[in-house]
Write a protein that binds this ligand. Structure first.
Ligand SMILES: C[S@@+](CC[C@H](N)C(=O)[O-])C[C@H]1O[C@@H](n2cnc3c(N)ncnc32)[C@H](O)[C@@H]1O
Length: 243
């Protein structure tokens, strides 16, 4: 992953405290509901646990950054692992779960790794955002200044399906998920979105507080208190064939 998009230190903390429960957990619940209690699960890009909390308690929980896993108390074990180099045996898990992580990975490397560790018949279950225009908060934020662009979005269903098919997955299903996401105030929303975006923080430098105030003013169009938007994601279900 490009280093300017890291999830370390204060970024990881802002993500865990300001963004995870509000924005990511509703989608994590949807993903988790697809997994059986007895299934053996590897979670990639687990972050601070928005999906993990809905997965079986014996899930192996991994992320590229230890600073994210520090905030994740769920699962059997937490291990720093790059999804592009998964250190598990071939055909060793029933499910690979990944909430909003695929877009940060080199998928030419990650998809074959995921395919390799799945048992035949095993499933990749993942969420990714629909294109930015479909997301209230991102659309408004990008109207202030571009802060969500490639690689924040991997949302074209034709591209997703082609990439997965190339890696050997079949069949592949995409289901649209929609949730209303609410922050108590626009400042809370702005602080969370900027604080958890290392690239944006780097761009703002000493002007981060001013940036948060400006973005909060833009978010007023979503309501002052609470500040509410609609967010949409694809739930991807991709199977490793049995033959
Ligand atoms: C948007 S967060 C999602 C976290 C969590 N799954 C959730 O739903 O809230 C993206 C996560 O992907 C992780 N990540 C980025 N590149 C990765 C890679 N190559 N391998 C594993 N994790 C990665 C980041 O460290 C971060 O925790």
């Amino acid at each position: 992953m490009a280093e300017y998009l890291h999830f370390r230190g204060a970024v990881a903390q802002a993500y865990a405290e300001g963004l995870s429960a509000r924005l990511f957990e509703p989608f994590g619940r949807d993903l988790g509901s697809k997994v059986g209690k007895e299934e053996e699960v590897l979670e990639l890009a687990a972050g601070s646990g928005a999906v993990t909390r809905f997965l079986p308690s014996n899930t192996l929980v991994t992320d590229l950054y230890a600073d994210m896993l520090v905030h994740n108390p769920f699962g059997r074990e937490r291990v720093v692992m790059d999804a592009e180099a998964i250190s598990l045996r071939d055909a060793s898990v029933d499910v690979v779960a990944c909430g909003f992580g695929l877009m940060f990975m080199d998928l030419e490397r990650a998809y074959p790794q995921i395919w390799r560790v799945l048992r035949p018949g095993g499933r990749l279950l993942a969420t990714v955002w629909l294109p930015l225009e479909a997301q209230s908060f991102n659309r408004v934020a990008n109207g202030w200044r571009p802060m969500f662009y490639k690689p924040f979005v991997y949302g074209d269903p034709a591209v997703i399906e082609a990439d997965l098919r190339k890696a050997g997955f079949d069949p592949i299903h995409l289901t649209e998920l929609v949730h209303e996401v609410s922050f108590d105030t626009c400042e809370d929303a702005a602080r969370a979105f900027i604080g958890a975006n290392a690239g944006m923080l780097n761009e703002l430098g000493n002007e981060a507080e001013a940036g948060i105030a400006e973005l909060a003013a833009h978010f007023q169009q979503l309501g002052a208190s609470p500040c509410v938007g609609t967010m949409r994601a694809w739930l991807i279900e991709a199977i490793r064939p049995t033959t």
